[in-house]
Design a protein around this ligand. Structure first.
Ligand SMILES: Nc1ncnc2c1ncn2[C@@H]1O[C@H](COP(=O)(O)OP(=O)(O)OP(=O)(O)O)[C@@H](O)[C@H]1O
Ligand SMILES: [Mg+2]
Length: 656
């Protein structure tokens, strides 16, 4: 609860939280970065400008990479893995050790049998029963050791892999929640979801089965290869010859599958993005009867994903039988060559049989290793994306030496403030000079796209000015401690987002530690108490999905109560454009008036009744304040506001 934004759907995230960052780049971490491009300073990766196009999430859609680029990206993924293994490294080491000992114990059992036959049996025949006891005990000991250790390492592998995923999951969540609005506007929630779900799932597959199957496969192969060399070093040469094409095959597979899996991560993300957008926009989808076309688009994306996945697995389908064929060819070579050597009396028949068995066995784990490799490729592609996301940095950060403001009067001043959304984009606010004295209620009006929302978003610090400054009580908001800024400036967005939970919980978001009486008092103050008491369970009513049970006006009142409880010095309101029905509009207007009290308020007004309660009206046009005065003055001036006022009056009647 404490982590949820105070107000509105995208209420200011608590940016002062200590988010564990991998940032080791002190310059990027401490420098105030207000230009979006400044995010692209990854710390997982060396600061070579040649790779700037791959930093953060920037290179996400790039599929083909040259050698250097691959190295750069791989290094970043690897660093993330190393970072995740922090805290479980000892366990990881012990796990590997257990796997080795378990494999050795397993490999020892045939040797014990040989020992029993060659050494124990003759003694038994001589009447010494002890001849069988020693090998028997050894055999049981080896079996028990192998069994116990297999149990131990299976469990430990699960612990290690789940711990790493737990760390990563938390970090992806904190990071995405922490990133500034400009990032989320570009990246979309669907992509964030796919990072958090399908990419992490790929990694899970690798970690869960990977470590133990790789280590045990390699150990088994090594032990068997050694025994072949001991039996007959010449046949060992055949193994070396077989290794050459295997290495080539492995490299071929690595190249191809890397690209293929990268493609599947992209197509999977696209599919999830479409799904999430459709479901979050389900009202619009149904209202405009877009179901068929959305389904068709989804099918297309899902088909792409299916095809990409089939292609990736198809590569594996080549690798696996090719390895099998190579293994069998080697067995055949050992057989033919060995046969000739037996004929010539160079080789014992028994040794040839043992060699054939060993050669057949030596290739068995290749299957497992190939499977591991397949999971590795899939996980690598996922790691590339996740590590890129984690490399992103919020554009809005706290000053390393912030100024504190315990109490605020609520005096706001823009001085020569300029803003653009991106370095290449147009200037949206031009050299704005605006002084708002404490306690003033300011209505902001203007045509659509004029820059009204942008103006208030700067005050809420969703963005920072790109030139000039913005101060609260004379303190530059960029210098102000984030916690203090959040306490003093609150924004009520038009959407009035409700989190799942009770009415009380939703109001208490304004000040989580507030006792129930204060929650009720806040609801009473804005005039929400009456309708809340009419709900089935009063304040304990679950608002359910997106406040589905409440009307738009009621939701607005809840968000007013939330803001009232937060009791900020400066209140920002981006008013809903949709006209509410008359009774609820009156209710909302009354609530608004009580909420405003003596605070400083900036209201983006779309209704005459709202403007009527303002002390001052600002008309914004093309990023400039073009009219500024009391409502009466502006009407007398006969400018934009006068016309707007006349139009409102004509359609809605007089304000009171
Ligand atoms: N996230 C963004 N990225 C880039 N440009 C943006 C972004 N948001 C707004 N703009 C642009 O900035 C300008 C001002 O937008 P703003 O949202 O402030 O308008 P507004 O006055 O609030 O309009 P409305 O009354 O329709 O809400 C517009 O030209 C818009 O296209
Ligand atoms: Mg707007």
């Amino acid at each position: 609860m404490a982590e949820t934004p105070r107000n509105g759907r995208r209420g200011p995230a608590r940016r002062n939280e200590q988010v564990p960052d991998f940032d080791v780049d002190p310059v990027a971490a401490t420098t105030r970065t207000s230009v979006p491009e400044a995010i692209r300073h990854g710390s997982f990766s060396p600061s070579d400008p040649r790779f700037d196009h791959l930093r953060g999430t920037a290179g996400e859609e790039q599929i083909d990479m040259d050698k250097e680029e691959r190295k750069f990206i791989r290094r970043r993924s690897w660093k993330l893995l190393v970072h995740l293994s922090r805290g479980v490294r000892l366990k990881l080491l012990i796990t590997a050790l257990f796997v080795m000992v378990a494999q050795a114990a397993q490999a020892a059992t045939p040797l014990i049998i040989a020992w029993a036959i060659d050494w124990g049996l003759p003694r038994m025949i001589d009447g010494q029963t002890s001849g069988m006891i020693l090998p028997g005990v050894s055999y049981v000991a080896a079996a028990v050791i192998a069994g116990v250790l297999t149990w131990a390492y299976t469990r430990m592998t699960a612990e290690v892999s789940q711990q790493m995923l737990f760390t990563l999951r938390g970090e992806v969540f904190r990071k995405t929640q922490h990133l500034s609005l400009d990032f989320h506007e570009d990246y979309t929630s669907g992509k964030v979801i796919s990072r958090q779900t399908s990419d992490l799932e790929s990694l899970r597959e690798l970690l869960d089965q990977g470590i133990s199957s790789l280590v045990s496969g390699l150990m088994f192969m090594s032990f068997t290869a050694i025994s072949i060399v001991i039996l007959d070093w010449r046949s060992g040469l055949l193994l070396v010859a077989a290794a050459v094409p295997i290495v080539f095959l492995g490299r071929w597979y690595q190249r191809r599958s890397e690209v293929a899996y990268r493609q599947t991560r992209i197509s999977s993300a696209r599919m999830i993005v479409h799904f999430v957008e459709t479901m979050t926009g389900i009202r619009a989808v149904q209202a405009f009867r877009r179901e068929t076309s959305r389904s068709r688009q989804y099918d297309r994306l899902a088909r792409n994903y299916r095809n990409d996945m089939v292609r990736s697995l198809g590569l594996f389908g080549i690798l696996q039988p090719a390895l099998l064929a190579l293994g069998n060819l080697t067995v055949a070579a050992v057989l033919v060559w060995g046969g000739f050597r037996v004929l010539q009396g160079d080789l014992e028949v028994g040794v040839l049989v043992a060699l054939l068995l060993a050669t057949k066995r030596v290739f068995q784990p290749l299957d497992m290793i190939a499977m591991f490799y397949n999971a590795l490729q899939s996980a690598t592609a996922a790691l590339e994306k996740v590590s890129g996301l984690l490399e992103e940095k919020p554009t809005i950060t706290e000053d390393p030496e912030p100024e504190h403001l315990d109490e605020s009067r609520g005096e706001v001043e823009f001085s020569q403030a300029e803003f653009r959304y991106s370095a290449e984009g147009p200037v949206v606010l031009h050299e704005m000079d605006l002084h708002i004295p404490a306690g003033q209620t300011v209505a902001v009006v203007g045509r659509t796209g004029a820059g009204k929302s942008t103006l208030v978003k700067l005050l809420a610090r969703f963005y920072d000015v790109t030139a000039g400054s913005l101060t609260l009580d004379g303190v530059d908001v960029r210098k102000l401690a984030v916690a203090d800024h959040h306490r003093h400036v609150a924004m009520v967005t038009q959407e009035a987002f409700l989190f799942s939970g009770t009415i009380t919980e939703n109001i208490a978001l304004g000040r989580p530690e507030a006792p129930q009486e204060e929650v009720v008092a806040a609801a009473r103050a804005v005039g929400a108490h009456a309708f809340i008491m009419d709900l089935p369970e009063g304040y304990e009513t679950d608002v359910n999905k997106r406040g589905g049970r409440l009307s738009a006006g009621q939701r607005q009142l809840i968000s007013f109560a939330r803001a009232f409880l937060a009791d900020p010095a400066v209140l920002i309101l981006d008013e809903a454009t949709s006209s509410l029905d008359l009774p609820s509009e009156q209710l909302v207007q009354q609530g608004l008036q009580r909420l405003l009290g003596h605070r400083t308020a900036l209201i983006i007004a779309h209704r005459l009744s709202t403007v009527a309660i303002a002390d001052r009206v600002l008309v914004v046009d093309e990023g400039r304040v073009v009219e500024d005065g009391s409502p009466a003055e502006l009407i007398a001036d006969g400018g934009y506001y006068a016309k707007l006022h006349a139009a409102w009056e004509a359609t809605m009647g007089s304000p009171n």
